[in-house]
Design a protein around this ligand. Sequence first.
Ligand code: RAT
Ligand code: ZN
Length: 432
Amino acid sequence: MPDSHGTARQEIRPEDLPDVVEGVLSRTPVFDVHTHQYPPSFEKLFSAGIDDLVTYHYLIAELFRSSDISVDAFWRMSKSQQADAIWDALFVRNTPVSEACRGVVCVMEAFGLDPNTATLADARELFASIKPNDHVERAMQMAGVSDMVMTNDVFNETEAAYWDSGAPRHPKLHAALRMDPLLNSWDTAGQVLAKRGYLTHSGIDETSIASARRFLDDWIERMKPVYMAVSLPFDFRYPEDSVRARVTKQIVLPTGREHKLPFAMMIGVRRAANPALRDAGDSVGYADVASVERICLENPENRFLVSILSRENQHELCVASRKFRNLMPFGCWWFLNNPSIIREITDERLELLGTGFIPQHSDARILDQIIYKWKHSRQVIAASMTESYRALLRDGWRLTSDQIERDVQRLFQGNFRSFTSPDTASKTYFAD
Ligand code: RAT
Ligand code: ZN
């Protein structure tokens, strides 16, 4: 029987598996469930092009391992001077083998630029000639990304001003209501709420709870997010006697239930391990997956998207996901977004969860990063799926291309769509 691509839906021979899997993955657009992208109309927050790419905080951290420049001197430089310093240290004087370096090489190549160059002049000229709206379309097309979820920090004044001014949105960039201060720094959150006219007290009393709930309701109304989100430290515990646990229980979870919004918990950061490096100075710690299990158990009406930063937590997160259908593990986050680790995590997820997980998100801060992050992830996911199918064939299964397409569709689109829109999405993947 011919499929939608005109090829026969015949049984796949083991020797053809790698090409078939790679082909399906490369032509299936992905829903990128966590990025730091903004529409071009959010001008100051829109980030694209070579200087932003080369000054990515992952590369700033790497600079100080390959150059003796002082941290203070680096921060005193303009962005293009910083990019020149990083380029010289990591791409000219050293071979750019790290994943973050390789990413820049991959993006340059995709735009027809020669990465074997001593200066960034050509790249600057090329990126300056691309209009922001065209840039978004082009990057998404090159990356094979159909949709992206932003990270919309409702406590950030710069960002809030764009929402207040009605800056136009992009139809393929979906909002995610990010609320780190509410759970991690109640005093800061209270100050912002007070400034915006919501009455709060320093403790979590009835007034503060009602104000914070109204604040979230108002932002949900304005943003129409696909989920709410927070980044939590490695020592996050639930339940516990803490402000965070009370905010979670009395403000965030009821809001999630009322608006039918999943809560994305990204757990495991150890903030400011080296504060002088700013964004590049955060580290990782071992998290408590039993707390994830308890929050899922106690709140069956809430849905939780969970990504954990430590490699050592990944197997436990798979096991927890087997116990709770209101838990959806996603992505290989930040320090895990390296081919060797993505491979390991994807293998264990396929073995423990079948196709019931979201394999990756890009976390792209700079638009063009979606090109390399998805190219690299697709390669690894292809290798991982190929091995799983090969094992299945050995055990006697007859595999067809439409089965592979169904699996990839579920991993790249269906699981997220079903989990975030349980009322409207097809129930094929996730039934209540
Ligand atoms: O991966 C990153 O770029 C981190 O700095 C964080 O942004 C992290 O992804 C987050 O969303 O907190
Ligand atoms: Zn992120």
